[in-house]
Design a protein around this ligand. Sequence first.
Ligand code: ADP
Ligand code: ASP
Ligand code: MG
Length: 405
Amino acid sequence: MEIVVQKYGGTSVGSIEKIKNVARRLIKAQQGGRGVVAVVSAMAGKTEQLIDLAHEVTDTPDMREYDVLLSTGEQASGALLAMAIKSHGCKARSFLGHQIKILTDEAFSKARIVSIEAEKLLEEMEKNSIAIVAGFQGVDEAGNITTLGRGGSDTTAVALAAVLGAGVCEIYTDVDGVYTADPNICHDARKIKKISYEEMLEMASLGSKVLHARSVEIAKKYCVPIHVRSSFSEEEGTMVAVENEEMEKYVVTSVNYNRNETKLTISNVPDIPGVAGRIFKPIAEANINIDMIIQNVGSDGNADLTFTVAQNDTKKALEILQGVARELKATSVSVDEDIAKVSIVGVGMRSHYGVAAKFFSTLAKEGINIMMISTSEIKISCVIEEKYTELAVRVLHEAFNLSLE
Ligand code: ADP
Ligand code: ASP
Ligand code: MG
């Protein structure tokens, strides 16, 4: 049996009318003769609402209970969708992560999928029933509910598609594909018809939330084609697949931004071997990812270390850093949340020079100061003041002619 996995994001299930629309789409997909697995997100705004509730109780919620709470959004939309399908006289059944089961590690709020047992879904499809899976959640070895990080339903869908050998994983969202920049802030952005896993992975990792980065990583590893498209039209969207000759050959493919990072600085630590390790080890042990790092060495033999972390790790990272600062006799620790990272991505950068110079001069022309820089073979990122995010995205998009076919 040919299997398709369709994932519907928050806006696609944002109201009862929209859930009914999704039900009709799933029934139609099944009538085409395929086995259908649907992965759902929480209704738009629901996850934020639950996060706010947790923070009304305490500034530092217990993370086990936090995941129990956040997972309820997807439980509700899955059940509502199953009811909508059944009201048409068709078969459907909703499943939670632990009922399937989707086994993860124990990193609450950013768990990674370890394995998936898919038998129950196959049984469902054999009975001609649409299997609905609550996205974003799993269960650890000890039986605790875990969640996969914001936007994690994409990852549930792609991981299921990989395990089920689905021909395609369709990601239905509120835009009709992947664009050269976020179409909601850059109105000249152009839809990309086909994009390589590699470029999409960079885009997602750099903050383009149209796909969860881990979902692209899994798709690449198991060669699952992803089709990003709109749940409100029948139009073809963007295919994310292995790089081939049909793909566009631009030096730069996209401009991306991320407003959800914080910059932390520890000042005047001794510039001697082992210091960076002492700073970053306890941060790693707390499951906090570091993104960019820069070190400025002064003439006095001391150094300042600046790095970025995800905004929701700020509190924890700051506490750890303050502890380390006392041990290392650093003079101060500072935090800046009003930053954004803007990046350009393109496999063509490997063989072209002058891209970085153009990137920096474009920002300079607008008077945008660069605080941190990081590069790889296929991307350049800068940290800037948050208030310039949209301006930076637009001028970079224009400077690299991304709106042109
Ligand atoms: P869902 O709830 O369906 O998962 P998300 O909000 O997570 O939807 O992702 C879709 C959003 O991603 C779009 O509304 C758009 O603002 C944003 N986005 C950011 N970068 C891009 C891009 N390059 N192409 C398309 N959408 C993008
Ligand atoms: N509901 C979760 C979130 O808002 C997961 C998802 O939508 O993918 O992050
Ligand atoms: Mg999403």
